[in-house]
Design a protein around this ligand. Sequence first.
Ligand code: HEC
Length: 150
Amino acid sequence: MPAFAIGRFLGKFRGASLRFPLLLGVVLTVSALAFTGSGCRPYKKGEALYKTHCANCHMPDGTGLEGNIPPLAGSDYFLANPVATACNIRYGLQDTIRVNGRVYSQPMAAIPQLGELEITNIINYIGHSWGNRAPYLSLGKVKKALEECN
Ligand code: HEC
């Protein structure tokens, strides 16, 4: 092979080897964006259920209604024992409670039509929204809690 041909061949190869990582980079970036676009909201089902069953009282952003409905965002009451919410959803809550230093005593009605999986999804959504960082709750733990409600 004449030297100039080798030169051209290498030239092509060098061009390609530069373009290839660039292309790969673009492909990876696009797929990473597509992945985060669909994957950054793993609690979508819980979010939809929350909007239907809870948001009209606790507000879409979890801040509640001052004086009447306690907040879920940053709630020390919720975060101290997220799984206990399962019983409160199924059987309601009629108590005088203290949330972030404020006292609440309006009753929360039971929502008995929600199944165990739906309740799990809602609690996990609340536990990972609005700055809340609760540990992930399994369906098994929620089932067990529901068996032990009193
Ligand atoms: C009709 C209004 C209403 C709806 C709907 C409602 N709640 Fe409540 N919620 C309340 C009230 C009022 C309290 C305070 C109850 C008490 O003082 O005994 C409360 C208390 C709570 C608490 C404990 C206090 C706190 O803020 O951490 C949690 C957790 C909670 N609700 C979650 C939910 C979830 C989840 C849903 C939906 C599945 C829901 N609530 C639906 C009114 C409501």
